[in-house]
Design a protein around this ligand. Sequence first.
Ligand code: HEC
Length: 117
Amino acid sequence: MKAACLIALSGALLWSRLAAADAGFPSFADPHLAKGRAIWLDTCKACHAAGFADAPPVHDKEAWRPRLAKGKKVLQQHALNGFFGPQSTMMPPRGGNGKLSDDEVKAAVDYMIAIVK
Ligand code: HEC
């Protein structure tokens, strides 16, 4: 009984932590960005939330400034086809999720642009 309570409690705590982590990323009324956010949370957040694998994290506006200067079209192409930057870090094609359509990858890029600029 006691153990079951503890498991339920830790599950609830974990869930609220996960929900809070997603809540930290802004939502938009625009349906294109809302779709992009769902895809971003699913595929891109793993690297771009905290800078895993040297990915530029979304809270680091300095890291994004030179990337944003390339323009949306170039960033979308780099997300679709993959990109090796000057430090030899790699953005895998489609974030490594081959199931995403071109439109889904572009929506995720647009969402990331909206929250880093
Ligand atoms: C496995 C980790 C990983 C995942 C998952 C990932 N990225 Fe990246 N991403 C990187 C790294 C690393 C870079 C930096 C590459 C460099 O500049 O060397 C990067 C860079 C980028 C850039 C900037 C490219 C440029 O030209 O400066 C964009 C845009 C981007 N990612 C979009 C996405 C999107 C959209 C997703 C989800 C569909 C995603 N990433 C998922 C690792 C990841």
